[in-house]
Structure formats: structure tokens, C-alpha cells
Design a protein around this ligand. Structure first.
Ligand code: GLA
Length: 338
């Protein structure tokens, strides 16, 4: 059935790559959709520090290698995700042999070794890296979030990470990646960080816009303004983690969350309208956008089922739980031809 569906990858080939996040399971279970429709792949977790470098002298490349091989076999671009983040990084990185806070020199050496080893391992196979993920605050004073990286190394850990990554693979494109990236408060702080890095001659080539959005939020105008500001810096743009939750994005844990809703025609239509508006925006800015990656392949495997409410079914992607195209996919395909 699905192989008669026209290819999303081909439809968008003249415009930008369309990608999907995969994991060690979905690269097999969703292979038929990946082969037909996607020209880029991002390992959801397999390249994160805790997976790929679980102990000081242990690198564990095999799960990520399988994904990279799959991409190579199918002529797909690989987005490397992610080298430096405050989450999914093991505690040993920041501790010394006695379990105390490690001195800056030691943490710095570990950062350098990790990036050199991982980027070096995938040199030639991974086309770009999310070098630093989510370093900017969402609210409050200042601009960078408190993190063990910052505590150990100060604000310069970001610059350091980019320089080491560039040394390890001078051909890889290097990205800063973040969420809530279109909200004016956060956007302005991300812009400040990017400008700071560019002023200092740091090898950074692009900004990753995660775009975990909802049906109505953020409004398209807000998203467009952010895209215009980012592209004005001369950086390339990748949409890195696109999905459309059918629930509002509620941050405050105490605020009541709406109950699960079934996937029905009305919801299918609302998702289609939202996806159409998003892809129309991306197409409008296609001269600055090289890659639009969805954070998953089909609705049967999505992190949104557990975030922010564990076990509440969500319907955020372009293929349904049976791997069939949703109305949103047809709209997005139709747009590509206009
Ligand atoms: C962030 C990270 C991703 C992923 C999602 C949730 O956006 O960048 O790697 O962990 O959260 O799945």
C-alpha cells in the first residue's frame, strides 16, 4: 500500500532534505517508510553521550553505526545529534576519582577527547553535528542555562566544543540546536549567543530549530520572524526535531493537562492545516533552509506519547500508527509542487 504513495523525499528534492529521527528499533521496523520518503536521518538517542561514551574508556559505537550504515545504503544524509548537552550525559564526566567535582582541566580534557573521538569516528559519514544542544535559558536572568558544563568550564565551553569539532572534521557543518527557539525571550538570547560566537570567529555554520510545536502555538508569524532573524546572521537553518502535538505545550507541571483525544477526521484536518502552514513557511525560506527533520517516522513511535504526560497518546507525525499517510502528508506533498 504505502509503496504506491508518491515519495516525500522526491517531492522535496528540489527544495530541501526531509529527514526523520530514528532509533535502533525504528530503523528496522520503519525501514520501508524511511527508504521511500526521507533523505536525512538523525539518531534519536544513539549518539548522545550516555549511549556512545558510557564510561571514561568505553566508547560504544555499534547502535549508531547501524543507523549510519542504513543511511549510507540508502543515500541519506546523517545529522549527528548531539555532542554537548546538559541531559543524557553521565555523571562521571563531572566527577574525579574520589567522586568530588572534577577540576576544570579534567572536564575540559574529557570534552575534547569525547568530541575528537566521536566526530573522528564518523568523519565523512555524518554531514553535520548538533555540537551544542539547549544551552540557553527559557526565562529569568542571564542568557545561558545553569548546567554542569557551565559550572565546570564557564561560558566558553560552547566555543571550545565548536573548535574541537571543527578540528576533528573540518568538512562537517556545525550547528547550535535549541527548543522554544521562536519565542521572543529565548530567540533573543539564542541570537545573542550566535552573534557572540560569530564575532569570535568560532566555526559555526548553522542553527538548529527544534520546532516541537502544537496545533496553534507558536503562531506562524512568530516563527517567521524568528527565521528571518536567524537567517540574517548568514547561518544555514535546519529544522531539526519537527512534530506537531495535538495538545498544548504546557511547561508548568502544576497546570492541568487535557485528557487524551482520539485521532479522528477533525484532528486529521487540523494537523493537515498546521503542517501545510509550516511547510509553506519552510518553502518560502528554502534559500536558507537545507533540511527539515521530523522527530520520528510514524505515530506508533513518538516521544510525545510520554511527554509531558506519560502514556497519553499523541498524533504528531505525517504517517499514522499503521504507517499509512495522514491527510497532513498529502497536503505537504501537494505544496511541494507549487
Ligand atoms: C530534545 C533533544 C532531543 C530529544 C527530545 C525529546 O529536543 O534535543 O534529542 O531528547 O528533546 O525526545
Amino acid at each position: 500500500m504505502t509503496d504506491r504513495v508518491p515519495s516525500l523525499r522526491q517531492a522535496y528534492a528540489p527544495h530541501f532534505r526531509v529527514g526523520a529521527a530514528v532509533n535502533a528499533a525504528t530503523v528496522h521496523t520503519h525501514a520501508h517508510l524511511l527508504e521511500g520518503h526521507f533523505s536525512s536521518i538523525t539518531p534519536e538517542n544513539e549518539m548522545k553521550w550516555e549511549r556512545i561514551h558510557p564510561a571514561e574508556d568505553t566508547y560504544s559505537f555499534s547502535a549508531a553505526d547501524q543507523i549510519v550504515l542504513f543511511a549510507r545504503d540508502h543515500g541519506m544524509f546523517v545529522r549527528g545529534h548531539t555532542l554537548v548537552w546538559h541531559n543524557q550525559t553521565p555523571g562521571w564526566v563531572f566527577r574525579d576519582a574520589l567522586g568530588q567535582s572534577a577540576p576544570a582541566k579534567l572536564v575540559e580534557r574529557r570534552l575534547e577527547a569525547h568530541i575528537a573521538e566521536v566526530v573522528g569516528h564518523y568523519r565523512g559519514d555524518v554531514g553535520c553535528w548538533d555540537v551544542v544542544n539547549e544551552a540557553v535559558i527559557d526565562q529569568g536572568d542571564g542568557w545561558l542555562r545553569p548546567s554542569p558544563w557551565r559550572e565546570a568550564l564557564g561560558d566558553d565551553y560552547i566555543e571550545k566544543a565548536f573548535r574541537v569539532a571543527h578540528q576533528a572534521d573540518p568538512d562537517a557543518l556545525l550547528f547550535y540546536n535549541d527548543y522554544n527557539e521562536t519565542k521572543p525571550f529565548k530567540r533573543d538570547r539564542i541570537l545573542r549567543l550566535l552573534e557572540h560566537l560569530l564575532d569570535r570567529g568560532v566555526p559555526i555554520h548553522g542553527v538548529g530549530l527544534q520546532m516541537h510545536v502544537s496545533l496553534d502555538d507558536p503562531p506562524i508569524e512568530e516563527m517567521e520572524e524568528a527565521i528571518e532573524r536567524y537567517r540574517a546572521l548568514g547561518l544555514r537553518l535546519h529544522v531539526t526535531e519537527l512534530d506537531v502535538s495535538v495538545y498544548p505545550w504546557v511547561h508548568e507541571p502544576d497546570r492541568p493537562q487535557p485528557p487524551a483525544r482520539p485521532y479522528d477526521d477533525e484532528l486529521a484536518e487540523r494537523l493537515a492545516v498546521r503542517y501545510e502552514a509550516l511547510f509553506a513557511l519552510f518553502l518560502k525560506h528554502r534559500d536558507a533552509i537545507d533540511n527539515v527533520t521530523l522527530w520520528g517516522v510514524a505515530d506508533d513511535s513518538t516521544w510525545r506519547d510520554d511527554f509531558p504526560v506519560k502514556g497519553r497518546k499523541d498524533w504528531p507525525l505525517l504517517f499514522d500508527i499503521h504507517h499509512r499517510p495522514k491527510e497532513a502528508l498529502w497536503r505537504v506533498m501537494r505544496l511541494a509542487r507549487t
